[in-house]
Design a protein around this ligand. Structure first.
Ligand code: ADP
Ligand code: MG
Length: 267
């Protein structure tokens, strides 16, 4: 099972949309996919019709058990979604207080790293949706994954969040002794706005990042799909936004990913 984390230290940049649509595109190719919602806000959970106010059966169970040293079986957590071959582990609002109370308890940063191997035979891919704040939950997602996908909204403050991201990756590399391959994905690109065009140009000038050479355009159909609770990549695969996510998936699947990994390994 390959594990991809979708993370950005900012809200509203397209993280959940990216998880949903990559998951949709993967299942369209026949892959078995597990999506995990680690954001206490629960957007991904709500997307597929579950209630983040309910902590029983959610990812909260795993962290609560780990904090008190009790056993918890992740193999019972996945739930069905409307999409065939896509299952998910829901999030819970209660994760906020749990993270505050237990974030520093020893071993809490590697709960997913310990649990996910139990699901390795059941799924081909696991996609993790993150909250925007860097804490115990995001540390879990970073520690457990093979690849980091970073949506970056094409707007004025993007470069600031890019610097924050590079610092986080450096800190993570220093503490884990492992360099995590990443791909930065420009999202909500609107070629009519100067902010979008300027941001993209600045991103493309940076030598120190792995930038996806294409963009996810602004596409209101992505919002409409969210309203209906389906991935656009399954509902209207020929829509602009869906096609862009299809091409992003191609990049992640073909040997460019291997190149990314090699580049990171050599760094
Ligand atoms: N490419 C896009 N075009 C138009 N709307 C988008 C696009 N990507 C995301 N959105 C919308 O923007 C909002 C925030 O996206 P979301 O994926 O929830 O961000 P995050 O998970 O980073 O907070 C949602 O309403 C989503 O439907
Ligand atoms: Mg989200």
């Amino acid at each position: 099972m390959k594990i991809w984390t979708v993370m950005a230290q900012k809200g509203g940049v397209g993280k959940t949309t990216t998880v949903v649509n990559l998951a949709g595109a993967l299942t369209a190719q026949g892959a078995r996919v597990l999506a995990i919602d680690l954001d206490p806000h629960g957007s991904l959970t709500s997307y597929f019709g579950y209630d983040p106010e309910q902590d029983a059966g959610s990812v909260h169970d795993l962290f609560a058990a780990a904090a008190t040293n009790e056993p918890c079986d992740i193999t019972k957590q996945p739930r069905r979604t409307v999409v065939d071959k896509l299952e998910m582990i829901t999030s819970a609002t209660a994760l906020v207080s749990l993270e505050r109370r237990c974030g520093l308890v020893k071993g809490m940063g590697r709960v997913l790293t310990r649990q996910l191997p139990k699901l390795a035979e059941r799924y081909d891919y696991c996609l993790i949706d993150c909250p925007p704040t860097l804490g115990m939950l995001v540390i879990n997602a970073l520690a457990a994954c093979d690849l980091l996908v970073v949506p970056m909204q094409c707007e004025d403050l993007a470069l600031k969040s890019l610097d924050r991201l590079m610092r986080t990756l450096e800190l993570f590399g220093n503490s884990s002794g492992r360099r995590l391959p990443h791909l930065i994905v420009p999202t909500m690109f609107d070629k009519r706005t100067r902010a979008s065009r300027d941001t993209l140009l600045s991103l493309r000038c940076r030598q120190d990042i792995n930038l996806w050479p294409e963009v996810i355009p602004v596409d209101t159909q992505l919002r409409e799909a969210a309203r209906l609770g389906v991935p656009l990549t399954r509902w209207q695969p020929e829509a602009r936004g869906a096609e862009a996510y299809g091409r992003l998936l191609d990049t992640l699947l073909n040997n460019r990913t291997r190149q990314l990994r090699l580049a990171e390994g050599a760094a």
